[in-house]
Design a protein around this ligand. Sequence first.
Ligand SMILES: O=CC(=O)O
Length: 342
Amino acid sequence: MAAQQNPIVLQNQTDDLPLLLIHRPPFFTILPLTHLLSRHFHLLDPHLQPPSPSHPLPLDDFLSLHAPSLRAVVVVGIHPFTADHLRLLPSLELVAGTSVGTDHIDVAACRRRGIAVTHAGYAFTEDVADYAVALLIDVLRRVSASDRYVRSGLWPVRGEYKLGSKLGRKRIGIVGLGRIGSKVANRLRAFGCRIAYNSRKEKPSVPFPFYSNVCDLASESDVLVVCCSLTAETHHIINKDVMKALGKEGVMINVGRGALVDEQELVRFLMQGEIGGAGLDVFENEPNVPRELFDLDNVVLSPHSAVITPESIESMTKLVLANLKAFFAGEPLPSPAQEDQI
Ligand SMILES: O=CC(=O)O
């Protein structure tokens, strides 16, 4: 048993609870999650083990120590979980993700080993959809820019701020009509927008026009809302041709993943006024955001927080626990990850 080989586990393990590895970035607030999970599992968190919290064991050493007994890992946020991690965990059978996207997990390598992968299912769907709409209204009506204008004392000096543009009747192109995209579509339809979409496949039950080509969708849209999963096929799906087709007045909202958009091209298009504006919650190299965007008032920036509310964290936490319990009980998993399902 690993506990006998390993004083680090023995020191803390006074119960028969199953071991669970928490794979997370160093600075991530997951208190509700770990609090709930610690009632059902013996948590192994490399960041909280000796030699000291500020000098944790290197992850590889930590994993090698605990590897033989670990059947399940919780991957927190979008912390990469790669084939190298998998190699260190010969007994692994479940990777339970806390995010809806699984692009940071080597799902193909998991599948080859018969390791199940679960994700956040519907836990974040509504909050992300709300946020996409919020970013769009902010860009169109210049809410954040107006706020900066007032706070900087310019109103009495320069008078009215630049007018924004109306949301109603805008032609919205949704890239990825999955869980999130569908909710965005329903919300924007209620504002009187016209919806069309691009997806891997046409969805016969959907009342919106389908475009198999993103460029064609962009040229028929005032706004693109990007909400598909990041895969090899969708990497840089928003490239310079798509931005050109979207045009000088066009607005792009990205609540999917940074790498869905060719960020260098996006910066160039925005700087040169070749597209009208952008609302971005995700970036190619988070938490680094291209500095050129900081001075552009037609761009709204957000630190990958569309998914997070206390309510969505609670739903996600319950779902992660349900997946783990089902796994250890040998029952069907509530939210197995499937491609193209964000
Ligand atoms: O970006 C967040 C998620 O995929 O849940």
